[in-house]
Design a binder for this molecule. Sequence first.
Ligand code: FAD
Length: 407
Amino acid sequence: MNAGIVIIGAGECGARAAFVLREYGYEEPITLIGSEAHPPYERPPLSKSQGASAPVVVAPRDKYASERIDLRTSCTVTRIDPDLQLVHFAEGDPIKYDKLLLTTGATPRMLRGISPASKRILPMRTFEHALGIKCLLGPTRRTIIVGGGFIGLEVGAMARAAGTEVVILETQSRVLTRGVPQTIADTLVERHRQEGVRFECGIQIEAVRETDDAVEVELADGRTLTADSLVVGIGVVPNTQLAEAAGLVIDNGIAVNELLETSAANIYAAGDCCSFPSAIYDGRRVRLESWRNTQDQGIHAAKMLLGKPDTLASVPWMWSDQYDLTLQVAGLADGSERSVVRNYEDGSRIIFHLGADGRLLAASGIGVGNSIARDMKLSEMLIAARAEPDPDHLSDPSFKLKSILPR
Ligand SMILES: Cc1cc2nc3c(=O)[nH]c(=O)nc-3n(C[C@H](O)[C@H](O)[C@H](O)COP(=O)(O)OP(=O)(O)OC[C@H]3O[C@@H](n4cnc5c(N)ncnc54)[C@H](O)[C@@H]3O)c2cc1C
C-alpha cells in the first residue's frame, strides 16, 4: 500500500491541508496526527469576550472518517527520520510517509520557574488553558495579565466581561509594540481603561510566586501585586524541535521555500511553525502567527504536496476583537517611511504605511464592529497590487479606495 501523506500537527493548518488534499482528488492514505485530545479546533474564539465553553472544531470527527483521513488525537510524534521516511511515536510502530507535512504550530512562552502544571498561572493557547482561565475569572476575582500583546489584551477584555479586576503588566513603554501604530494602541488602551482595566507599562518583574489561593508578583520598584490568577501573554515560540532533530534548516521557524518545501526531500511545513519568503514583500523571510495565514498555507501546502504549481501571494492579515472594537492589520509595516491617517466621522481610523517609493506596504485600522472592514479589504487589495496611492486620497475618508484599484 502507498504510505501516503502524513501531517504532524492537528491544528487549523494541518486540518485544512488534509481536507483540501481530498478536494483535489488525492486518493492515497492521509494521516493527521495531533498531541491534543480534541479534533482540530479554532483558537481565536478562546480569547474573545464570550470565552469558549466547547472547542469550535474545524470539522466534526465523523467528517475525517468520511473523508478517509486517519485522525490520531492525543498522539505525539517523537522523531522523524527523513532518510527512511518514517515518523516515530513514544509507543507503537513507526509509520512510513511518501510526503510529510509539518504543521506543528507554536508553544506559548512561559515565565521562568513556573510549573507547567500550575492551576493559577496559565498561558492562553489551548482549549484547556481557556477553560482553566475562565474558571478563575468572575466578580470579586482579580487577574494579572503579563504581556500587552493581542492575546493579553483580548484576555483582559474577556476578564472584564466576567467582572474580574484586571491589571495588565507590560515591560515595554506601551502595549502592542509589534506592528501596531501608537495611535491605534492608544485607542485600545483608552477603551480598556473605560472598562476599568489598569495598565502598568515599563515595569520589570522580579519574581512571581504562587500560593495555595493566590499569585504574587514582585516588581522591581518594590511593589507586590496580588491576584487570584495570572495569564501569561508574552508570545510564542515555533515548534521546531522535530525538524531540528531531523537536521532540517531552522530560521525563525522551520525554513521553507515558496513551495513550502523544507531543506529535506519530501518534507514540507506550513502555518505558525514555519518561516517563508513572502512573495508580496519581494521574498523577505517572515513567520506569521495569524489565522488567515495558517488557513492559506494549509490550502497552499495541499497544492504543493500534489505538485500543483501555484504562488501564494496573500497579504498578511490579522484581526483582534476587544469589547465592541475590532482591530485589523493588513500587510507588514516594517520599512515604511511615511504614515497617513484616515479618520472617519464615526471615530474609526485607518493608518496607511507607505514605503520610500510611495508603495502602500500596510494598513492598520480600528473601529466599532465592522466599520472599517470594507476599506481594510480594499487596502489589502491595494497592498497586493503594489499600488502607490496618492497620500491625499488615503487621508480623505470620502475618497473611494475602490476607484484606485488597478483593473
Ligand atoms: C488564543 C488565541 C487567539 C487567537 N486569535 C487570533 C485572532 O483573533 N486573529 C488571528 O488572525 N489569529 C489569531 N490567533 C492565531 C491563530 O489562531 C494561529 O495562527 C493558528 O491557530 C495557528 O494554527 P497552526 O495550525 O499553524 O498551529 P496550531 O494551532 O498551534 O496547531 C499545531 C498543533 O500541532 C500539535 N503538535 C505540535 N507538535 C506535535 C507533535 N510532535 N506531535 C503531534 N502533534 C504536535 C500541537 O499540539 C497543536 O495542536 C489566535 C491564537 C490564539 C492562541
